[in-house]
Design a protein around this ligand. Structure first.
Ligand SMILES: Nc1ncnc2c1ncn2[C@@H]1O[C@H](COP(=O)(O)OP(=O)(O)OP(=O)(O)O)[C@@H](O)[C@H]1O
Ligand SMILES: O=P(O)(O)OC[C@@]1(O)O[C@H](CO)[C@@H](O)[C@@H]1O
Length: 304
């Protein structure tokens, strides 16, 4: 079984305006609400790719109920811990003709008892399972929460990690199966501006040296770099119309995992990851299997 863990889920509230004007009344042209948070997005894309997963994490209040309902409606299995106070955060995603602005909310308080409850569930996961730890750590939790979770996993359970900068760096020594920083995150990890592809590769390799078995550095419309023990590879997305890139990175993780459990082939999994991320960027909402399969046939991998 695949488990996704979202410590900090969100109701994503997307607002589309013609042109965003600061300090003025902006009228929304269209708006929609979706179940969000990085691990939850991974579960949703896995479901679109016909791969079962169990979505875990914390939910609270009316926004938490909305998220669980949406996941269940789509046939996704859930095993969330309910918080006693507050509401799961609302993240605002505002799109205009030429800008994408995000305001991510604060998460509700999570007590130590709720962390212990989660750790108990984590200990029950078997070594044949795959665990995807994705997204930020809520402010009320210690910053080493992911480390505590990783240490509670069976030592042979493969885990994938997609979180921000310092936490990603500190957890990398526990040898995750895959990490997927984007270029900005890689820059923040090493506190450096990366000016060329050569530099991206150099620092991607340094990240891999800390511990991850495989590293994908995603580069938005420029595609992605894959650093693995068998070599370094590059993939460029086929041309298309960008519609909404929120969740493109999460979709890559879902695509990689889906292909890996089917084939155990790292390179094909990377190719499918790029296809899935691109399918999300070229869709309203998250990647569908149909578009992912089409793009997968068009992507070529280059060895560097
Ligand atoms: N504008 C785009 N055009 C084509 N493909 C894109 C575009 N943006 C993203 N992608 C695809 O999605 C993948 C992941 O995108 P990106 O590097 O933006 O990840 P991310 O920053 O983690 O995304 P997010 O935080 O929005 O989930 C890219 O490697 C690429 O394949
Ligand atoms: O604050 P985090 O956990 O880093 O990111 C949360 C988030 O921005 O990431 C997802 C897209 O990747 C959205 O669904 C969600 O709103």
């Amino acid at each position: 079984m695949i488990y996704t863990l979202t410590l900090n889920p969100s109701l994503d509230y997307t607002v589309i305006v013609d042109e965003f004007k600061e300090n003025r009344l902006n009228l929304s042209k269209e708006e929609y609400k979706t179940a969000g948070g990085k691990g939850i997005n991974v579960s949703q894309v896995l479901q679109n790719l016909n791969v079962k997963s169990i979505a875990m994490g914390y939910l609270a209040g009316f926004t938490g109920e909305f998220i669980e309902k949406k996941l269940k409606e789509n046939g996704i299995l859930t095993d969330f811990i309910k918080l006693d106070n507050g509401d799961t955060r609302i993240n605002i995603k505002m799109k205009s003709k030429n800008s994408e602005t995000e305001i991510n909310g604060n998460s509700p308080y999570i007590s130590i008892e709720k962390v212990e409850k989660l750790i108990k569930k984590i200990k029950e996961i078997s070594k044949e399972d795959i665990v995807i730890l994705a997204g930020s750590v809520p402010k009320s939790l210690p910053s080493d929460t992911y480390i505590k979770i990783i240490k509670s996993l069976n030592k042979n359970t493969k885990f994938i990690l997609d979180t921000r900068t310092k936490i990603l760096k500190n957890t990398s020594k526990y040898k995750p199966f895959l990490v997927k920083p984007n270029k900005d995150e890689l820059e923040e990890i090493f506190n450096i501006k990366l000016e060329s592809l050569e530099e991206v590769i150099k620092y991607g390799k340094q990240l891999k040296d800390i511990g991850p078995q495989n590293v994908i550095v995603s580069l938005g419309e420029k595609g992605a770099i894959f650093i693995t023990k068998n070599g370094i590879y590059k993939a460029i997305p086929p041309k298309g119309e960008l519609i909404d890139s929120v969740g493109a990175g999460d979709s890559m993780i879902a695509g990689f995992t889906a292909k890996y459990i089917e084939t155990s082939d790292l390179l094909e999994s990377f190719k499918y990851a790029v296809a899935t991320g691109t399918a999300t960027a070229y869709s309203r909402g998250l990647a569908t299997k149909k578009l992912t399969e089409k793009l997968y046939k068009e992507i070529e991998i280059e060895k560097i």
